[in-house]
Design a protein around this ligand. Structure first.
Ligand SMILES: [Zn+2]
Length: 294
């Protein structure tokens, strides 16, 4: 019965033609929107309207959260599910948007177990209970060009976490089990590589160093690169590209005529997905300052 209500509600949402003003705004503000095919854009226009209607939006800090702004966030999130179903975000209930970075309490535990509490500024968070927090200034800046950094893709990738997917999946046959084992292996290897580079003070040619934090962050930064710099990712990390291509059921390299920009340091962003991550969190390195000039 619930499914019937949802179908009917979605049907109503999609009855009207897509607003031309939103289409123009997306074309202007979202570099990813411009590289999609006409068919993909049509699909995205439907998905993003459903996505917008089925979430609770909470403007914070006096932000004017207009339809245009919601549409930009929804469009970028729904790019992730173009090869799947927008229902993959069914568990995401609330999206909080601040005008800019916001302050949040942070507890750090040192090797002796001494916990120091402080405030740090953040640009985004993804919570297990279906909450995403975003800084409008950061997400808008990221949306404008394809440089491998995209706050919305990053936080919503956490909501679709490949590791969670693998933990919840029940492979039906040996082939599927092998595929899942390969996905997990490639992700773990990439995390180890980023960690090694980070220890040596070096950087990967395409993946953000922030991915060295843990495998969830590796997946999130790899997702940003996969959609924004797919050719470069395929060139330097062909196995990772293949895994993401299978998981997202998309081949963004095929749609990309050109890629621009360089990698940068991700700033003060945190993810708190599971209880197990609380331990990881305490080991987290001090947050890096994100450099917008890169
Ligand atoms: Zn993250």
């Amino acid at each position: 019965m619930l499914a019937w209500f949802r179908r009917r509600r979605r049907h109503r949402i999609l009855e009207d033609p897509f607003p031309e003003a939103l289409r123009k705004a997306l074309h202007r503000d979202a570099a990813l929107w411009r590289v999609l095919s006409d068919e993909e854009r049509r699909r995205l226009e439907d998905d993003l309207r459903v996505f917008m209607a089925e979430r609770t939006w909470e403007p914070c800090g006096g932000l004017d959260l207009t339809q245009e702004r919601k549409a930009l966030i929804a469009a970028l999130a729904c790019v992730l599910t173009l090869g799947r179903s927008v229902d993959a975000f069914g568990h995401v209930r609330t999206i909080l948007v601040y005008p800019d970075r916001y302050m949040a309490p942070e507890a750090e535990e040192d090797d002796l177990g001494v916990v120091t509490e402080s405030l740090e500024d953040r640009e985004g968070e993804a919570w297990e209970r279906g909450q995403v927090v975003l800084s409008w200034a950061d997400l808008r800046q990221d949306a404008r060009n394809l440089n491998g950094r995209n706050l919305v893709l990053h936080e919503f990738a956490h909501q679709l976490d490949l590791l969670d997917f693998l933990a919840a999946a029940r492979p039906v046959d040996a082939g599927e089990r092998d595929t899942h084992a390969r996905w997990a292996r490639v992700l773990t290897q990439t995390h180890a590589l980023l960690n090694e580079l980070d220890q040596k003070g070096r950087r990967d040619p395409v993946l953000d160093t922030y991915g060295a934090e843990d495998a969830s962050e590796t997946f999130a930064v790899a997702t940003e690169a996969f959609f924004e710099r797919p050719r470069r990712l395929g060139q330097f990390h062909p196995d990772l590209y293949r895994v993401l291509s299978e998981y997202y059921n998309q081949d963004p390299a095929a749609r990309m005529e050109q890629e621009s920009g360089g990698t940068g340091e991700r700033g003060q962003e945190t993810v708190q997905i599971k209880a197990k991550d609380v331990k990881k969190k305490s080991r987290r390195k001090s947050a890096k300052v994100r450099d917008f000039n890169k």
